[in-house]
Design a protein around this ligand. Structure first.
Ligand SMILES: Nc1nc2c(c(=O)[nH]1)N[C@H]1C(S)=C(S)[C@@H](COP(=O)(O)O)O[C@H]1N2
Ligand SMILES: [Mo]
Length: 354
């Protein structure tokens, strides 16, 4: 885990190959409270499995009193719950770190919000009768690959108490339609508030275990660590972040923004996985002022904000930063970590007002 680019080294062909497979949400997509499915960010470590829904089964076993195999109809037959959830990849912002961790080179676009519909994980676990010695629940996807020379199925675990929380969903619909193949068809876990890696796609198995799970994507990947020999802290909940829709019009290649002088309404959205968003500020040339918050988007989704700016001719740097109800604000300089996780550095946009 944890190769980094040489100082000044440009994006490598391997990073480019990952970036073309795993796309971000274009920032103008912040316009939509619910991200259209085709604009939602996408991340798959390995290949997108082609699953025959008629043959597919979900195995529930391990430390449970009543192991079972459920087909899709059995899961759809349970009470359906819909939650609006903002997902963000833990690697969002990675490509802005110096030195740059070599992996999927996200800038800030690894985000999206969807209405996820499915059965409650807690209902399914309760029915299975989780034994008292169980400490975690392990979720297995149908995808398999090699990372850091270790071949494995994509797997993540949750502590049992988290798995039993009422917002955890076994989702079969995204925005009212069956999941698309790339988003986890036919069934995925949705873990509101946590970075995306926990929301295991293409679920095939849910296993209650009596020892903490030590698979690659749990024990090696997704840790805030400073060096290879640093065990680090596990990555879990989404750190507070605000993003702005880049105003005006872009230059095709540089993406620099151009706009006419006068009153401009800057808008964007802000979210946090551990506490509600309490405030958003907008910075113009380093001077910060309060933005107006829109209606809360529910417990797990982003919240809109807006700010009126009297744009004067010249070159400007616009920024936005959010603070959560626990007082955590986005940093203006980012502490580095080896895997490039949880970088919620404030977004800056260079604009020319003419
Ligand atoms: N089975 C499986 N589940 C997975 C992944 C994966 O590679 N395999 N990637 C995870 C990561 S890192 C993220 S950020 C989210 C992305 O979900 P999305 O592509 O639907 O936006 O899926 C998670 N679930
Ligand atoms: Mo991710």
């Amino acid at each position: 885990m944890g190769a980094v680019a040489e100082p000044g080294q440009g994006i490598t062909v391997e990073e480019l190959a990952l970036a073309t497979r795993n796309r971000g949400m274009p920032l103008e997509g912040l316009h939509y409270e619910v991200t259209p499915v085709g604009m939602h960010y996408l991340l798959a470590h390995f290949d997108i499995p082609a699953i025959d829904p008629a043959a597919w089964r979900l195995r529930i076993d391990g430390d449970v009193a009543r192991p079972s195999q459920l087909d899709l109809a059995a899961i759809r037959a349970r009470p359906a719950h819909t939650l609006r959830v903002t997902l963000e990849c833990a690697g969002n912002g990675r490509a802005r770190l110096e030195p740059r961790p070599l992996s999927q080179p996200w800038l800030v676009e690894a985000i999206g919000t969807a209405d996820w519909t499915g059965a409650r994980l807690a209902d399914v676990l309760s029915e299975a009768g989780v034994k008292s010695r169980a400490v975690e629940v392990v979720f297995t996807g149908a995808d398999r690959g090699i990372q850091d020379d270790i071949e494995h199925d994509y797997q993540r675990s949750l502590p049992l108490a988290d798995a039993m929380r009422e917002e955890m969903l076994l989702a079969y619909e995204m925005n009212g339609r069956p999941l698309e193949p790339q988003h986890g068809f036919p069934l995925r876990l949705i873990v509101p508030g946590w970075y995306g890696m926990t929301s295991v796609k293409w679920l095939t198995r849910i296993e209650a275990v009596s020892q903490p799970f030590t698979g690659f994507q749990q024990a090696e990947a997704y840790r805030y660590q400073q060096a290879e020999d640093d065990a680090g802290e596990p990555v879990s909940r989404i750190r507070v972040r605000a993003l702005m829709i880049p105003p005006g019009i872009p230059d095709f290649f540089t993406r620099r923004r151009f706009l006419a002088a006068g009153r401009v309404v800057l808008t964007g959205r802000a979210w946090c996985g551990s506490a509600p968003v309490a405030r958003v500020e907008v910075g113009v040339g380093g001077r910060w002022a309060e933005a107006r918050l829109g209606e809360p988007g529910g417990s797990w989704a982003w919240r809109g904000w807006s700010f009126e700016w009297d744009a004067r001719p010249g070159e400007h740097t616009l920024a936005c930063r959010a603070t959560d109800a626990a007082g955590n604000a986005q940093p203006t300089s980012q502490p580095w970590n080896l895997q490039g996780m949880g970088n919620n550095l404030v977004q800056e946009i260079a604009v020319t007002v003419r």
